[in-house]
Design a protein. Structure first.
Length: 166
């Protein structure tokens, strides 16, 4: 058996191979943590629909270590539809995934939990949102794909000046 050779910086080939080990992560489960659907002006809407509604959508992503190699990524979602009559509906949901992450470099953990994790569970949240709005008596709200990497980068940029000032 051949011995690992030392590179220019003294690192062995075996250590270099460990650095390029792919991330090993599994979805252990997915679940709905919170769900609320409010239809506060249903009587007004039945008698007269009013103008075309304005839709405001808010998305936030959070992550936390549960224990050991288990981590949770959660998408917080809120949609508010309103028109001249008032609020048509408010939908709030928190959808989460539990991930077992066996091998990952420390610097890649936060991006994985805030970008890759939410990207994997988003299609299930999208279906839930469409089903709930349809069951609420409205056309299904079909969400466009969300750029979780863009959200992550914006969050990092917002935090950078705060860190510089501290």
């Amino acid at each position: 058996m051949a011995e690992p050779t030392n590179g220019k910086n003294g690192a062995t080939d075996a250590v270099k191979a460990d650095a390029s080990t792919p991330i090993q992560a599994k979805i252990v489960s997915q679940y709905l943590k919170d769900l609320s659907f409010e239809n506060p002006n249903v009587r007004k809407l039945i008698t007269g629909g009013g103008e075309t509604p304005n839709l405001k959508v808010e998305v936030n992503v959070n992550a936390q270590r549960i224990e050991g190699e288990l981590y949770e990524s959660a998408i917080e979602f809120k949609a508010t539809a309103a028109n001249n009559i008032g609020t048509i509906y408010v939908l709030e949901a928190v959808y989460a995934g539990l991930f077992k992450i066996e091998t990952i470099p420390e610097q890649a953990l936060q991006p994985f939990l805030l970008i890759s994790g939410p990207s994997m569970i988003f299609p299930f949240l999208r279906r839930l949102v469409a089903d709930v709005t349809r069951e609420g008596g409205f056309p299904p709200l079909l969400l466009d794909p969300i750029d979780f990497a863009g959200l992550f980068m914006r969050r990092q940029q917002e935090r950078a000046p705060a860190k510089a000032n501290a």
